[in-house]
Each structure stands twice: as C-alpha cells, then as structure tokens.
Design a protein around this ligand. Sequence first.
Ligand code: ADP
Ligand code: MG
Length: 241
Amino acid sequence: MIRLNNIHKSYEVGNNKLHVLKGIDLEIENGEFVSIMGSSGSGKSTLLNILGMLDNYDEGSYYLNNKLISNMSEKKAALLRNDMVGFVFQSFNLISFKNAMENVALPLYYKGVKRKKRNMLAMEYLEKLGLKEWAEHMPNELSGGQKQRIAIARALISKPKVIFADEPTGALDTSTSYEVMEIMKEINGDGITVILVTHEHDIASMTRKIIRLKDGRIHEIIRNGNLNEFRHTYMKELETA
Ligand code: ADP
Ligand code: MG
C-alpha cells in the first residue's frame, strides 16, 4: 500500500539547508498497525506529512496504492487525501466555533454531502466513539480525551484506507492515552491501516511494528513479537545516551 524509495527532504532555513530525511526506504502493507519513533526533531512529522500528502519530498519516490505521489497539484492531492486518508493530530485541530457533530461532519462538507446526511453520519460516528450525548457541545466544553475522540470520528467519517496520527496521545494523560490507543487498535481491527508517530516507547509498543528514525534514516524496524528485545535495546540506549 505504501512504498518509499530513497526519500530525501530538506528545509531551507535562512541560507542553510537542513537535511531532515536522508534516504528513507520503507514498505507498509495494507492493514498494518505501525508506529514511527524517534527523538524530537528526528523527522517523524516530516515523514508522516509526506506519507499523508501534506508535504512534498525532494528526491526518491513514493507510491501509495501503486500510484506515484509526486509533484501533484494541491487540488489533486486534496482529492486523493479525501478519498484515502484520515488525520489525527496531537492538538486535535478541532474548529472552535463548530460543535462536536459539525466538526465530525466537516470532511463530508468538502465532499459535497448535504447537511442532513452528513450530520446523520456524524451522529453515527459519534455514537461509535461513545460521544453521542456530546454532539451539541463546543470543543472548549470537552476534555482532551473527548476532543481526540471527536478528531478520530472526523478522521473516520470519510472511510479512509489509512489513518495517519501525529503524536495522538501527546497531549493526554496516561490512562486517556491508553484509551485512545485502544481505539486505534479497534480501527486497525476493522481493516484500516494505522500509522502513528510517537516518542513514547510504551505507546509504540502497542503497535505491531515500530519504525525507529535516527539522524534522518531508518535506524531499525521492530516487529511485534520482538518487543521485549526492543525494550531491552531501547532501555540500554537510553542508559548510555
Ligand atoms: P519530529 O516530528 O521528529 O520532532 P520534524 O519532522 O517536525 O521532527 O522536524 C525535523 C526537523 O526539521 C527539525 O529540526 C525541525 O525544526 C525542522 N523543520 C520541520 N519543519 C520545518 C519547516 N517547515 N521549516 C524549517 N524547518 C523545519
Ligand atoms: Mg513531530
């Protein structure tokens, strides 16, 4: 479903070039549950944004569903995004002047779905996430965990093939983080590919595959089953860091 070959990405910072991704090769199959780990500034968000067609890359190739994603117009990228992917962010990115239901319904507005139908569908997704009673509430009346569940409902409503989540638990306390990860697991159980970024090792260890970024490259890929080994090497690296 996802194939990256030798992806490079730099940012211009003043007169300098900051080389963030230095040749990423990666394959992710349909239905995988993957986390991308790495220290702050290691390029996790940059990689996720490229995967989610929110940003361009400089070199290499990216195939999503066997389609080359490169130099697309913003319009074309937006269409593909609407069809294929859902996003979840650390800071929820809800629209403050719309209520929970309207926030969830928003992607359908961009698809031209009529108000009545999109609100009905939004209610279905709110119910799935246990938030039906909160439909009329504004984001500032909701807890962090509730906001993230609204954001997840919004990501799901256009029936994406992939969910990209950038530090979805980064603003949540531990138990709420685990609830959100439980939801991610269920989403993946429904056949949706889930790719999330985290710098927390316990969150990463709840996924089936961990991709570790270091110095702009993939440092290692750990599959579920080898997680104990992962904990071991990871803790050791922390100790020696
Ligand atoms: P992570 O998500 O792992 O913390 P990022 O992908 O956000 O890392 O950033 C990687 C590096 O690129 C950081 O040094 C960051 O400051 C820099 N960076 C990210 N986005 C931009 C940008 N739009 N312009 C310039 N530098 C950027
Ligand atoms: Mg980031």
